[in-house]
Write a protein that binds this ligand. Structure first.
Ligand code: ZN
Length: 213
């Protein structure tokens, strides 16, 4: 396992603590932000995050896109892209489906909106290949068990040194806070650093895995 992509979902104030934790470790992550939460992050903070990391879109309103008509989906996709690009001062080419919900119709609209890569929350362990509009992940912090970050650490430990592909992690600052798991989050990051795993931004995934075009 040679690459790892940390992806952090949702525009909540806790993303600032994630940014703070990664600062000084030389680790770049991808922050998938819903545009409605930009005020909670703050424009100056967002620009700081964008200097060190990738900014991706997570729609405007964190809607389940599979439940919306085409025109509303296009609004969510294009308005969030524009708002994030203007606020952060960077190009936004990666997308993450809210709740991980997608289907063929939604995938087509994401592609038509100018995104190059879209992330799901489909858990597959090592990510070796992917549909660029439905990239799976290694593990999320969604699980409702008592210790999701301990579980994540065990999965990561099992994959390091286990061959080709990428470790793609899905984290939420507000969930790390809810579980008081900042130490475990840092443990996972430092474990990857100490094992010489290369951190990549989500948009760089093509350097580590095969994408189906
Ligand atoms: Zn989300």
């Amino acid at each position: 396992m040679s690459c790892a992509a940390l992806t952090i979902d949702d525009a909540t104030p806790e993303v600032l603590r994630v940014h703070e934790a990664l600062r000084g470790r030389g680790v770049g992550a991808t922050f998938f932000l819903d545009a409605q939460g930009l005020a909670a992050v703050g424009r100056d903070n967002l620009r700081g995050i964008a200097k060190a990391h990738e900014i991706g879109s997570h729609t405007v309103s964190h809607a389940d896109l599979t439940k919306l008509p085409d025109d509303r989906i296009m609004e969510e996709l294009t308005n969030s892209k524009r708002a994030l690009e203007e606020a952060a001062g960077v190009d936004v080419t990666s997308f993450a489906y809210p709740y991980g919900k997608y289907d063929e119709r939604v995938k087509g609209l994401v592609k038509a909106s100018g995104y190059a890569l879209a992330r799901t929350v489909d858990e597959v362990g090592a990510v070796k290949e992917a549909d660029p509009m439905a990239v799976p992940v290694t593990i999320t912090d969604y699980s409702e068990e008592a210790d999701p970050y301990g579980k994540m650490a065990r999965v990561v430990k099992g994959l390091v040194g286990a061959g080709e592909g990428a470790i793609v992690l899905v984290l939420h600052g507000h969930r790390i806070a809810k579980y008081s798991a900042w130490d475990k989050f840092i443990y996972i990051v430092d474990f990857l650093i100490n094992n010489k795993i290369k951190f990549i931004l989500f948009r760089e995934l093509k350097d580590c895995i095969k994408l189906w075009y």
